[in-house]
Design a protein around this ligand. Structure first.
Ligand SMILES: C[S@@+](CC[C@H](N)C(=O)[O-])C[C@H]1O[C@@H](n2cnc3c(N)ncnc32)[C@H](O)[C@@H]1O
Length: 250
């Protein structure tokens, strides 16, 4: 089986990833996470789709035990370098968020900036993929443990895509999936990858989380640089979900 298309993209993009403007708010985001998770120092946090480890490393530096999992070896290599520079210890695991199993159970989990959630491989079913991620995370955390996600805003997708996009197959309103080309710089020149990204509307998020054994506490605006305890803006890029693991569901 070939590489997951997102793995291929992020392996190539890894050295430049931290130049993206949306990565520039890590300290403020970690302040927010710590306040919202409200965990004792030393608690364990699972970072799903951790990428270059920007949240994992900052959280480890503030006294938490962090495990970061990601599909991309390139992103994990950048994470390892940054952790060494910062002088912090994080456990890095290369795994697919839709399929991983953990020996440990964690006090909390984060899945930020589309860390796997909504990033579909060519053959992935847009409904099953996200449920598999949620169920894997649910199994890996303790009862009542909190989770914080930021995911692509389907309300904005619905306003951004046109009827023509639907007719041309660029946007599927049934699965809220957009298909587009991403350019990747390879050693031998540029390569175009056809990728699918899934947006989510708040109502389905609440139901989907419930189906996977969580109860959603809040749905807030979650666009990078604009996190806040505020209603979702219809046109913004990302939604934040704060939820906890239900104890009466296994
Ligand atoms: C946009 S980056 C977000 C990284 C990080 N959470 C952040 O906030 O900067 C998305 C990450 O998800 C990872 N990813 C994509 N699909 C994945 C999957 N199925 N399992 C694990 N990681 C995945 C990518 O490799 C990439 O590192």
């Amino acid at each position: 089986m070939g590489k997951n298309v997102w793995e291929e993209f992020f392996d190539g993009h890894a050295p430049e990833y931290m130049n993206n403007v949306f990565t520039k708010n890590t300290k403020a985001e970690v302040d927010f996470l710590i306040e919202e998770l409200n965990l004792a120092k030393g608690s364990s946090i699972l970072d799903i789709g951790c990428g270059t480890g920007r949240h994992s490393i900052e959280l480890a530096g503030r006294g938490y035990q962090v495990t970061g999992i990601d599909l991309s070896s390139g992103m994990l290599a950048e994470a390892k370098k940054s952790a060494a520079t910062a002088g912090v210890k994080v456990e890095w695991v290369k795994a697919d968020a839709a399929r991983f199993a953990s020996q440990k159970t964690f006090d909390a989990a984060i899945c930020l900036c589309e860390g796997a959630f909504g990033l579909l491989n060519t053959e992935d079913d847009p409904l099953d993929h996200e449920l598999s991620i949620l169920k894997s995370i649910n199994r890996a955390i303790k009862p009542e443990a909190k989770v914080i996600f930021t995911v692509l805003n389907g309300l904005a997708f619905a306003r951004k895509y046109s009827q023509e996009d639907v007719e041309k197959g660029k946007f599927d309103p049934i699965t809220m999936t957009g298909t587009h080309l991403m350019e990747l710089e390879t050693g031998g020149g540029k390569k175009e990858l056809r990728v699918r990204e899934r947006g989510f509307v708040p109502t389905e998020l609440v139901l989907m989380f419930r189906q996977a054994g969580f109860e959603v506490e809040n749905v807030w605006g979650g666009t990078a640089g604009k996190w806040g305890r505020r209603p979702v803006d219809l046109d913004e890029m990302e939604i934040m979900i704060v939820a906890h693991k239900n104890t009466d569901v296994d």
